[in-house]
Design a protein around this ligand. Sequence first.
Ligand code: T1G
Length: 703
Amino acid sequence: MPDLVRYELRDRAAVITVDNPPVNALSPGVPDAIEAAVARAAQDTAARAVVLIGAGSTFIAGADIRYFETIATPEASLERSRAIHARLRNIEDCSKPLVAAIHGTALGGGLEFAMACHYRVAVSTAKVGQPEVLLGIIPGAGGTQRLPRIAGAELAIEMCTLGQHVPAARAAAAGIVDQIIEGDLLAGAIAFALEQGGIRKSRDQNVKIADSAAAIAACAQARHNLKRTARGAHAPYAAVDAIQAGIELGFDAGSDREIEIFAGCVLSTESRAMVKLFFAEREVAKIPDVPKDMPTLEIRSAAVVGAGTMGGGIAMNYANAGIPVLLKEVTQEALDRGLATIRRNYESSLAKGKITREQFDRTLALIQPTLTYDGFDQVDIVTEAVFENMDLKKSTFADLGRVTKPECILATNTSTLDVDEFARASGRPGKVIGTHYFSPANVMKLVEIVRGRESARQTIATGMKLAKKLNKVGVLVGNCFGFVANRMIAYYMREAYLLLEEGASVSHIDHALVEFGMPVGPFAMQDIAGIDVGARIRQYLRSIGKHRAEGPQSPVPDWLFHMGRYGQKTGSGWYRYEPGSRMPIPDPLIDELAEKAAAERGIERRAISEDEIIARIMTALANEGANILEEGYAARPGDIDVIYVYGFGFPRHRGGPMYYADTVGLPTVLDRVRRYRDQLGDHWNPAPLLEHLASSGRAFYGA
Ligand code: T1G
């Protein structure tokens, strides 16, 4: 396929250009065309050296992920991997100096092709990486063999288990990149290639792994660390196994091990889940009725009303993105408190070396504190983050409608209240959206962009684009109670509370969810967020005759609230905490309260397995997710999964609550809902969409 891979002669060098937009993926035909072009260059008497480069914005960004699902059997995987290994050997055997010229990213198979080249040069903004573990696989084209030989075992392990993108400067320091090119990359690469006296095959380089004992010790240390960080994912361990095999058995046998291990990974549920998530993360930006080229408003300045925990974090997001932001409070004391928290956050980043002093000063200077609406008539967006009270928010929006310019976007950070009420109060409903951040707002990546009944498409498109500019993952959701994240988490918590009453302990339930892959269990999570936050929302909801999730409402969380046990911030909540420690200590008082609540509900307590805990909680999530999809408050199951992965740390290797339900099988999930209804009550009500898909043998994905 000459058109995806071009060949030309430049200054006595053969230039091979991969041109497969948007990211020069190694789609079918591309690897063979590169191999053929290298072979041609080797024969081309007019060429003294060869340069491999990518067209457009990047070098090769890896294998074409869209084709992973076409690999149906281990045999098919083995055959493909053996073919690509052979191709890279042939490329590496080129008799003339072969240089990879890297800009943008060289990722996965892209870096593996670059490492099969004899040399690599890059522009200073380039990045390289082996992100395969983020897809539930390992490098499958020799990366676990060549990278340790080029960069040493430790960095190879780090790159293959974390999957991060390594900047060119660090790659150069590690020997992955031989030269940083200033100015024109292609010209620099050709000059570099023509200077090279000979070829250098990375498969023959063993100096950096000569101390095999140290390298194998690094593998053992990595496995130890993964116990804490992998959270149940297997691919990172598999990558270490392949690297160790190469160190112990040599390049050839190590490559065979890599091929086998890769075959096991690419067919795994873990990989299927993570590939789905990869594309779901890209789909969330596509709003069915908002064209990709919808003109958006330029956000050059902002304002935030409310300098509390959320308001302060939101103001930091604007400042971190270089957007000047007014931060308004009602009293000087509250404003000073908010600013002090912001300053502390930046001082901690400075102390950790995440920002320089210059960045510290520049960013902090972008946050302008104020007690008035002066200047609000100039800003492009205002985010309201005042206390979660309907009347207060409505009067704030009435003010904003009055003091801001007509084209200004009015966003609310409410997590539970009706956005349409604020829109009406502002008098400019087309400009109103929800931007529901997650605490801490300056850290958590997720933002639910809430569409009101009259939110204009340009306002939505502007909100989505702004999320990306603030380095957030924006997901569009409908304006139902609790939107998507909180609406579903209410069912997650309902089941946790009820399982506690029925006989499971707080630490048992938390352990089950952590083993499942959650960063923390529901009770430890609530102790971090504050039991008082949930209690005050329940109080407000009771005042308007609502509950977060239908069914039995466990009294235990409110009992803790009335006892002043708010969690970590008060030294006790669902757990006890020693002064200055965040280590949760089980407290027998909680079991006593659970027994009391069970007695009041006439519940006979029993032993409950971790499998049942997971089944109950995940089924509750999926069933409510199905209702949300059917009601149209989320566009795709992938949107819900992206929300749960970024909002609550749902394990990526499970794909998210909706994809996880698909892996369990919707007939099984439906059967569980019906069984729970019979055993536990009518609050378990099968979602019509779940019933429909289960009875028609379909899944959420592909519905
Ligand atoms: N395959 C297929 N499509 C891809 C792709 C890929 N590798 N990478 C990106 N796309 C699509 C993406 O879906 C989107 O499509 C468009 O390109 C722009 O992407 C043998 C087996 C390169 C850093 O994991 O990390 O090699 O939505 O929105 O923000 O060992 O894309 O427009 O229709 O993300 O500028 C390893 C994955 C593969 C890299 C660019 N490689 N890609 O980010 O654009 S496994 C990766 C990325 C492998 C070998 C193994 C990013 C990016 P659409 P985008 P971006």
